[in-house]
Ligand binder design. Structure first.
Ligand code: X8Z
Ligand code: ZN
Length: 640
């Protein structure tokens, strides 16, 4: 995890991360692993020595971060053999440095330190995403593996059969002119997975993307990476990388894992109702031969390459006559929005909250559309290059509702980064990683019909009345509720892999067992032994932990509930927009300014008044839909 880029990984370098706060955790590191090099010998060391160590460490980190982030930026904007070489090299340097620094905290483990110093010490260790063992050559080997996986993902393209789909049809669906059927990139296919309704075309695109990432090589690389990173994690005193990733939340890893179960348990019944209803609608649309009325759902029919968000099929999964009355994609196209204007609209939301406009350098340096003539990392991300004002986004924006939300998401990262820039380097991060993901999504929850009128996208007389409420809620549920089990299963798979409970031979079969268990989806075509379907998802090929998004989807509704209460809103929550509310903006910014300087419950309390993550906010938000779905599903055999 880095302060300088969000949604990007590839190296084990850290700057700061919300992580285990308790002193005993740090002190126990050497006891967790008797053979560890993390032996503590505080001898005559004092708190002043700890402070000096941290000052020096933070200075070195800050300087390295700027250098490394520029190398990563260039690579991500221009993937060639040369930039791969550079990024691999800087990645290895960063990993070596981060591991050295983390091991350097050991002598201070038994010292009674002021809380802020202890927090920095623990941030230093648990903020590493992929540690390498400190033996010579290991960091280089790890960097080579991660760089190869990252490039395989970002440069993969698909050759589509003109008998199945023509360039003209793709242009019609995506608005893009420059279609080369022999090399269709992922971001184009992502749009097509949402617009295409022919099941044969869907399954072809779905399968071909999974073939395009060099799965056999990636699977081998992944296994080698897991071995190395586990060895690195053990050297740092953790039993494996799963424990290390789960130690980032101001509580012991096993408690955090139980917390995820608790939160998932709160929202699972709503997902089950949505699944049941969507399956019935898909059955009606496609017939038994394509989608049976019982059992799991065919994964390529859900409007998304990974079946992680289903809003593109809201025309199929609609609520009777409760039509939202407008389609945001159509409004954007009708208003002739381009990618740049979408980002400007996003910025205007944040400035309406009283936050500063983006600096000119943001507009000069961001990448907002896919360049035609080179390979780039298209997956959207937000960066802070210098830990000050050099903030940027990088995304291959399409003019549609999904990317309108993503623009707000990425700007949320940038506004958070800017808010905590005055914190010390090891506190320049989110309260935890779920907070970082939740900022922009919370803002996008304010994209209501009434808001769209205020920004002239919707005519005032087109604002749908209360009869559209269920339709509006369904649209959002297809995005927010459908996502929850996907977000949980992603890291369930990785934790089990890291723990050795899933072996490399079982990578793909275990992946589909978890997809079935959590999401109730199945692959449209038989998966061969050579497949590595987890690697066809950005965050696995690029080692970005995914639990953060699950937490974010819980938190953003807590933020919204609190913000609307602050704003004195009295109507249904999904109609509440905080656009233009400077008081909410001020309070929100106060939380953001805290960065990772305090345990996350303190940050949460500062804005919402509660110290717990709680799924009851999202449940309350969707309650009218839940009631309706239960009625609709009566007599159906829900579950799979
Ligand atoms: O990766 C992202 C962001 C960058 S942090 C675009 N998201 C997840 C995904 O695309 O899988 C946002 C929602 C989930
Ligand atoms: Zn993000």
């Amino acid at each position: 995890m880095k302060t300088w880029m969000y949604g990007v990984a590839g190296m084990a370098l850290l700057a700061a991360a919300g992580c285990s706060e308790s002193q005993s955790d740090a002190a126990n590191l050497d006891q967790d692993n008797s053979g560890s090099e993390m032996t503590s010998d505080s001898g005559s060391l004092t708190a002043a020595d700890a402070r000096a160590f941290l000052e020096e460490t933070e200075a070195e980190l800050a300087e390295f971060n700027e250098y490394a982030s520029r190398v990563f930026w260039v690579y991500s904007n221009f993937i060639t053999e040369d930039t791969e070489y550079l990024v691999s090299r800087v990645s290895a340097e960063g990993t070596e440095m981060a591991v050295r620094m983390a091991l350097g905290t050991a002598p201070f483990a038994d010292l009674d330190l002021p809380l802020d110093l202890r927090r920095k010490m623990t941030n230093l260790t648990a903020g590493i995403t992929l540690p390498a063992p400190s033996r010579a050559g290991a960091a280089e080997e790890l960097a080579e593996l991660t760089t190869r996986m990252s490039s395989a993902y970002s440069t993969g393209t698909v050759s589509l059969d003109p008998e199945l789909i023509t360039a003209e049809e793709i242009t019609e669906a995506t608005g893009r002119e420059d279609i080369d059927l022999d090399a269709v990139p992922l971001d184009t296919m992502e749009v097509l997975m949402g617009t295409e309704r022919d099941p044969d075309v869907l399954s072809a695109m779905w399968r071909q993307w999974r073939d395009a990432i060099n799965p056999e090589q990636m699977s081998q690389d992944y296994a080698a990476m897991v071995d190395l990173a586990n060895e690195g994690a053990r050297e740092l005193g953790f039993s494996d990388l799963a424990e290390m990733w789960l130690s980032n939340y101001d509580m012991p890893a096993d408690e955090m894992e139980a917390e995820v179960e608790r939160l998932w348990g709160q929202v699972e019944p709503l997902y089950e109702q949505l699944h049941c209803y969507a399956r019935a609608e898909l059955n009606e649309e496609y017939g038994d031969a394509v989608q049976a009325a019982s059992g799991p759902i065919r994964a390529d029919l859900l409007g998304n390459m990974w079946a992680q968000g289903w809003s593109p099929i809201s025309d199929i999964v609609s609520v009777g006559s409760s039509d939202p009355g407008y389609d945001l994609t159509e409004l954007l196209v009708a208003a002739d929005y381009d990618a740049h204007e979408m980002v400007e609209a996003g910025e205007r939301f944040y400035t309406s909250l009283g936050l500063d406009p983006l600096p000119q350098s943001f507009w000069d340096r961001s990448l907002i559309t896919r360049p035609r003539d080179r390979d780039v990392v298209c997956h959207a991300s937000a960066w802070n290059l210098d830990s000050r004002d050099d903030i940027r986004i990088k995304m291959c924006t399409n003019v549609n509702a999904e990317d309108f939300r993503t623009v707000h998401h990425e700007l949320g990262h940038n506004y958070y980064q800017r808010a905590y820039q005055d914190q010390d380097t090891l506190f320049q991060n989110g309260a935890h990683d779920g907070f970082h993901e939740a900022i922009g999504d919370f803002v996008a929850l304010s994209v209501t019909p009434e808001y769209l009128v205020q920004i002239d996208l919707l005519a005032a007389d087109q604002v749908p009345g209360a009869e559209a409420d269920l339709g509006l809620l369904m649209d959002l549920a297809l995005d927010k509720i459908a996502f929850l089990p996907f977000a949980v299963m992603m890291d369930q798979w990785r934790w089990r892999v890291f723990r050795g409970e899933i072996t490399p031979e079982e990578y793909n079969s275990a992946w589909w067992e978890l997809r079935d268990q959590y999401q109730g989806v199945y692959p449209p075509v038989d998966r061969p032994d050579t497949a590595f379907d987890p690697g066809a998802k950005y965050h696995i090929a690029n080692n970005v932990p995914y639990l953060r998004y699950f937490l974010s989807y819980i938190l953003q509704f807590q933020f919204q509930q609190a913000a609307c209460e602050m704003a004195g809103w009295e109507g249904p929550l999904h109609r509440c927009t905080v656009y233009g509310n400077e008081e909410v903006g001020r309070r929100f910014n106060e939380m953001m300014e805290m960065g990772a300087s305090q345990p996350w419950p303190d940050a949460l309390e500062a804005f919402t008044g509660t110290r717990e993550m709680d799924g009851s906010a999202i449940i309350a938000y969707f309650q009218p839909l839940m009631t309706h779905l239960e009625e609709e599903n009566e007599g159906r055999n829900c579950g799979w």
